[in-house]
Design a binder for this molecule. Structure first.
Ligand code: 3BY
Ligand code: FES
Ligand code: FE
Length: 433
């Protein structure tokens, strides 16, 4: 086992403070030392150096379809308003009044024509401009007190925000790569069929690590009806012989679907840049088992009104994983988005959003239970596993353990994370005019 190489450009120089011992002793190919998962110090660093420095997934555009619709994204001491403004643009503002700092919107979601502070009624437009401040001196200039903006970028109906003054510069490049995979599913024009919030009793990194492997998928009998447990191996030759029967079904389904994808012009190649860039990601189109159409027990459609106009129900799934806090799956009939928000060292919010075609009618085109039951139960199973992992890691007996071949995405997540903390992620900045 070797230590991660230090990037030459960011190598420490004499006089730099010594890095914390946990960072120095992180051994590649192994889980992290306990303090990363359990300590207040590392939780604070995660908030400052990961969640306040990188692009994070905030919401689906479908959550805020009309002007004035908003969601708030709140973690540690931060709260951000993501709102559709009167000109139909998605904006993000710090949820902090410019008068004496009160939190403005306290609901997780809603709709409002103006943002009014409950303390002294300063009032802001959806664009963040201050429009009303009672009883001020004659020379008071409202234009100096707009809400502090947060950078926001939408990609194919997904809303990302970055709290940093200088966000990672690679998001446009990432969008160019992933949009051809996502756009055909038209998530920007979908509607929310259901959203669930699950607070898991574990560190946010354990939630992400758990998502990044299917080594534990024996714990998901419902999902495994349609989700090939061959997922997670970077090379199909490495798939263990015990998965032989499922492997032949996987190969056959893939062969059949590749010809469908190619005929429809849908990109499907796996692109994995999980730890080699500031906004690490992985995207692919994969076959699913049984009917191969949707995340149901038999793989048949959960929603008969398809997201696409492609006229094909059996498309398998597009899956994307992004660092630090999201993953998604899209089938022909629905999109499933997952966002991960750290609440405390041992508490993490996992928000799951089911999207269907905006004209799909509940009870006619889809049954909500059938649409959501597989991932509802899968989420609960994952929450249980995350809690188990956190409990064991909190014990003084814990020592980091080795990742196997199918856990390569876990290793990539941890590599990405350690590199982010070390400031090793670099990307060419856009040329200045
Ligand atoms: O949702 C996911 O992407 C991962 C992959 C395997 C386990 N989990 C279902
Ligand atoms: Fe918001 Fe005074 S703190 S109006
Ligand atoms: Fe799982």
């Amino acid at each position: 086992m070797s230590q991660l190489p230090a990037a030459a450009a960011n190598a420490p120089s004499i006089g730099d403070p010594a890095p914390p011992p946990e960072l120095v002793h992180r051994v590649s190919g192994q889980s992290l030392p306990a303090p990363f998962y359990v300590s207040d110090e590392w939780f604070t660093r995660d908030i400052d150096e990961i969640f306040s420095a990188h692009w994070i997934f905030a919401a689906a555009e479908a959550e805020i379809p009309e002007p004035g619709d908003f969601v708030t994204v709140t973690f540690a001491t931060r709260s951000i308003i993501v709102i559709r403004d009167d000109a139909n643009e998605v904006r993000a503002h710090h949820n902090v009044c410019r008068h004496r700092g009160a939190r403005l919107l306290t609901e997780p979601a809603g709709s409002t024509g103006t943002i009014v502070c409950r303390y002294h009624s300063w009032t802001y437009g959806t664009d963040g401009n201050l429009t009303y401040a009672d009883a001020q001196a004659p020379d008071f200039d409202k234009t100096c007190f707009s809400l502090r903006p947060v950078r926001v970028r939408t990609i194919a109906g997904l809303v990302f925000i970055c709290l940093a003054d200088q966000p990672p510069a690679d998001l446009d490049d990432l969008a160019d790569i992933v949009e051809p995979y996502l756009r055909p599913h038209d998530l920007a024009n979908a509607k929310v069929a259901r959203q669930t919030d699950l607070v898991e009793n574990g560190n946010w990194k354990l939630v992400m690590e758990n998502n990044r492997e299917c080594y534990h998928c024996g714990g998901h009998p419902e999902l495994l009806n349609v989700f090939f447990p061959t997922w997670g191996y970077s090379d199909t030759d490495a798939i263990p012989p015990r998965l032989g029967p499922v492997m032949s079904r996987y190969r056959q389904a893939t062969e059949e679907l590749v010809s469908v994808w190619d005929r429809l012009g849908l990109p499907h190649k796996r692109i994995a840049q999980l730890d080699t860039r500031p906004t690490g990601f992985h995207i692919e189109r994969e076959a699913m088992d049984l009917a191969g159409e949707s995340f149901t027990l038999d793989g048949t459609l959960a929603c008969t009104r398809l997201l696409t106009d492609l006229g094909e129900a059996r498309l398998g799934r597009v899956s994307m994983h992004m660092q630090p806090n999201m993953w998604l799956h899209i089938t022909s009939d629905h999109g499933l988005l997952f966002s991960v928000i750290p609440l405390a060292p041992d508490k993490t919010l996992v928000r799951t959003t089911w999207l269907v075609h905006r004209d799909a009618v509940e009870g006619v085109d889809y049954d909500l239970d059938r649409l959501t039951s597989v991932w509802d139960v899968t989420n609960r199973q994952d929450a249980d596993l995350v809690e188990l992992a956190h409990s064991g890691i909190a014990s003084p007996a814990y020592v980091p353990g080795p990742y196997g071949p199918s856990e390569f995405q876990v290793e990539a997540f941890v590599n990405w994370y350690v590199r982010a903390l070390r400031g090793e992620h670099t990307w060419p900045q856009a040329a200045e005019d």
